[in-house]
Design a protein around this ligand. Structure first.
Ligand SMILES: NC(=O)c1ccc[n+]([C@@H]2O[C@H](COP(=O)([O-])OP(=O)(O)OC[C@H]3O[C@@H](n4cnc5c(N)ncnc54)[C@H](O)[C@@H]3O)[C@@H](O)[C@H]2O)c1
Length: 346
């Protein structure tokens, strides 16, 4: 295979971020784009606003050599497409993922990979019958600071866990997106599913599946009916305290924050406003050098490399590990709704 030919579905905040990354990757080529909005199909992303890593969207994207479609299902049929990258609103992920896998395409789909557990099952079945690769935009798995901490922690360098806290706090995105779909809980799953999912996934990835969760949330704070701010306690029932907080409720002028602190027997690793540091119990303070890039760049470069070279893309994720985190999100929503600790049962 020469260059990996990508067909992108959805050119909003995430789609335009992916578009720019593919343009930088020597082994990738964007050959097709589908979007319901004709301005996006012409490369006009001036209406796109994100909550993190905002690019200058004032100039149109260069659509030279890119075929355009007004819906993703037609793009999926295009024989010139090797990889289908799905960046549409969450409820539409499942249908497109299943269609693309069934059409024999490799698929990279944004998170949350599904909106409901029933959709997750449909995707699982489609992936089981597919011979192609599937990865999801669980970008925090490959975000350099989180990845470094994960590698060190899981190698045993810091010793046993005592406590951990993860934060993902966004300014409000009300009114920022196509059809304001994030503010409709039925479509987005609120900040609980859309943002906090990353930290729930990190907790499981670092420390394994918790026994239970207790979550408290503010519902309908800025959205119609969704959890806009959530705090979860992950119960391991072993004397540790593991907790995460996610929000998109603060005023639009509030800076975005993604941060964590993990206290272990021998050291504390943290990425906070004072930088990325490891504080050892013996007094040493380390500033690990990690690549100055984003998890978005790392995950897409990795996936393209795997497709090009026929390597199963399982360095950062397996389907089942992402599904596992997604099921914990469902338990968190249940805990918010009932006010009770919810056991994690599969
Ligand atoms: N990994 C991350 O860090 C991250 C960050 C932001 C968003 N996301 C995820 O990416 C996905 C997209 O979010 P976004 O912020 O880019 O949304 P957005 O509203 O900015 O963009 C959605 C785009 O899809 C188009 N669209 C809508 N329905 C469509 C359809 N059926 N077919 C084709 N095009 C369609 C819209 O015109 C728009 O261009 C969501 O699932 C979101 O959760 C991930």
């Amino acid at each position: 295979m020469k260059k990996v030919r990508v067909g992108l579905i959805g050119l909003g905040f995430m789609g335009s971020t992916h578009f720019r990354i593919y343009r930088e990757l020597p082994d990738a080529e964007i050959v097709a784009l589908a979007d319901v909005d004709p301005r996006k199909r012409a490369g006009d992303v001036s209406s796109v606003i994100g909550n993190i890593g905002n690019a200058d969207n004032s100039q149109p994207l260069d659509m030279t050599g890119v075929k355009t479609y007004d819906n993703g299902y037609d793009l999926i049929k295009d024989p010139d497409v090797d990889v289908v990258d799905i960046c549409v609103p969450t409820p539409d992920h499942a249908g497109l993922i299943v269609a693309a896998l069934d059409a024999g395409k490799h698929v990279f789909a944004e998170k949350p990979f599904a909106r409901t557990l029933a959709q997750a099952d449909e995707i699982k079945a489609a992936y089981a019958r597919a011979k192609t690769y599937l990865n999801f935009g669980m970008c925090v798995r490959s975000w350099p600071e989180y990845r470094y901490a994960w590698e060190q922690y899981t190698s045993g360098a810091y010793g046993k866990l005592r406590s951990a806290t993860f934060r993902r706090l966004s300014p409000s995105i009300a009114g920022n997106n196509w059809d304001d779909w994030f503010m409709d809980g039925k479509r987005s799953g609120g900040a609980l599913l859309d943002m906090h999912l990353h930290d729930t996934d990190q907790v499981r990835y670092f420390f394994g599946r918790p026994k239970a969760v207790t979550s408290v949330g503010v519902t309908g704070g800025v959205s119609k009916d969704a959890v806009d701010h959530v705090i979860t306690f992950f119960h391991y029932d072993d004397g540790t305290v593991v907790e995460a907080e996610g929000s998109w409720m603060a005023p639009k002028t509030t800076p975005f924050e993604m941060s964590f602190q993990i206290i272990c027997e021998k050291a504390t690793v943290r990425w906070m406003a004072d930088g990325f540091k490891v504080f050892w119990n013996d007094g040493r303070v380390e500033t690990p050098q990690v690549a100055a890039t984003t998890g978005w760049h790392v995950e897409l470069a990795y996936f393209i490399d795997c497709v090009k070279n026929g390597i199963l893309p399982d360095k950062y994720q397996t389907f089942d590990s992402v599904l596992d985190g997604f099921k914990i999100n469902a338990a968190e929503q249940q805990s918010v709704d009932t006010g009770k600790r919810v056991e994690i049962r599969y």
